[in-house]
Ligand binder design. Structure first.
Ligand SMILES: Nc1nc2c(ncn2[C@@H]2O[C@H](COP(=O)(O)OP(=O)(O)OP(=O)(O)O)[C@@H](O)[C@H]2O)c(=O)[nH]1
Ligand SMILES: [Mg+2]
Length: 390
């Protein structure tokens, strides 16, 4: 089977997601790893790995985004002249997902600019940027990096970008490693749905490859909700399908949906038994109240004759609003942490690591500004935009 999708994982979080995708669905995805940490790269297996950064440096960047941009800039020509990467992996794909944590150094720093380089070089491939937000309890440094990442997404990559935002806060009630694994799993399963693999043949309404393409390539935020439980005749007699879908969105690992409801397209893929199909009210008014009314709707209804425990419903929504409500929470958290540092002696001691980290971040930004006055060549000059920050 020809693979339509590649996953480029940057930094530790991105690589872990790519590795999971490789392990679970190696027949659907090609994967690429990019990391500054030799140790992290050694833990994953896949088609191709790029180590960026100084050779003798074994570990990551220590959350230094700008250093990573510099490292990627130094290596970008080598990466783009690696035929296996460009010809076999990227150029042959329909969709390439570029995945990283927004909070670290390597993935957060390198992924937006890499995304821009790739989409400039490979015009026939659709690129989707996937960012993972840190928990609200994460450090000042991580929150600061996240804001920079989101700034690059919204300001530098701009409106013509399709992106997905996952959130480690959604699993903050779980044990730390378990929480991250749930998020990784969610990302991989969502991308699997976007491959269209579960759109079973049907004589009824259907979503074909071109429809999926028009949903996925809509600029703005892309969200997937997968519902596999509770879609039984008994439950649907008392509960509206809208409520089930809304709950599915709220309980997913995607970050919260913005209150400024906007959605351009959605696709709903159902696989229901006849009985459940009869209970399915397709107007979905409450859902529209929750995420907005799409300009275009696509439906895929296939009949499940295997038994209602196999019923499922997937929602793919695209062109959604920027995550301004969540950004506000990050900013509030940064203010809270800074205030605690300034006012409270007890907090000052506990949070001193953060304070130092924040100073380091400020210094790095200045350094980055100073370095951005060179006259680099293409595609290196794409980096300029990302290295000019205040
Ligand atoms: N969902 C998820 N989050 C992760 C994972 N690994 C780390 N994180 C989170 O990502 C943030 C750190 O990003 P990393 O991906 O480790 O950083 P990096 O890109 O390797 O950058 P460096 O700072 O250079 O090491 C923290 O908020 C972690 O909690 C993972 O496997 N899955
Ligand atoms: Mg790392």
């Amino acid at each position: 089977m020809k693979k339509n999708i590649a996953i480029v994982g940057l930094g530790n979080a991105g690589s872990q997601v790519a590795f999971l995708a490789q392990k679970k669905y190696g027949d659907l995805f090609d994967v690429v790893y990019i990391n500054s940490s030799e140790a992290d790269l050694a833990m994953v297996e896949g088609d191709i790995k790029f180590k960026i950064g100084e050779k003798e440096e074994v570990e990551g960047s220590g959350k230094d985004r700008s250093k990573m941009k510099g490292y990627l800039k130094d290596e970008i020509e080598r990466i783009l002249s690696t035929e296996k990467f460009t010809h076999k992996i990227i150029n042959e794909k329909k969709y390439v997902f570029v995945i990283a944590s927004a909070a670290g150094g390597t993935g957060s720093g390198a992924s937006p600019v890499l995304f821009e380089v790739l989409r400039t070089c490979f015009l026939d491939v659709h690129f989707i940027l996937v960012g993972i937000l840190p928990q609200l309890q994460a450090s000042l440094m991580e929150q600061g990096n996240t804001l920079e990442f989101l700034n690059e997404l919204y300001e530098d990559l701009g409106e013509n970008t399709t992106y997905m935002i996952y959130d480690n806060e959604t699993t903050s009630d779980k044990a730390p490693t378990e929480g991250l694994e749930i998020v990784n799993e969610c990302i991989v399963e969502d991308i699997r749905i976007l491959s269209g693999i579960d759109n079973y043949p049907t004589p009824y309404d259907s979503i074909d490859e071109a429809d999926i393409e028009s949903i996925i390539t809509t600029p703005g935020r892309l969200l997937v909700s997968r519902i596999k439980k509770g879609l039984t005749e008994k439950i649907l007699e008392d509960t509206s399908i809208d409520d089930i879908i809304i709950k599915g969105i709220k309980q997913s690992c995607h970050t919260e949906t913005d209150r400024n409801k906007k959605v351009v397209r959605w696709g709903i893929i159902t696989y229901f038994t006849e009985e459940v199909h009869k209970l399915y009210v397709t107007s979905l008014e409450k859902l529209r109240d929750f995420i907005g009314t799409p300009i275009e709707r696509f439906n895929h209804h296939a009949v499940n004759d295997k038994g209602e425990q196999f019923n499922f419903l997937y929602l793919i929504a695209s062109g959604m609003s920027p995550i301004n409500d969540r950004v506000k929470k990050i900013k509030d958290r940064i203010e809270e942490l800074k205030k605690a540092l300034a006012n409270d002696d007890a907090s000052r001691y506990i949070l001193s690591g953060d304070s130092v980290a924040y100073d380091v971040m400020e210094r790095r930004k200045k350094e980055e500004r100073r370095q951005s006055n060179g006259t680099p060549l293409k595609p290196k000059n794409i980096f300029d935009k990302f290295m000019k920050k205040e």
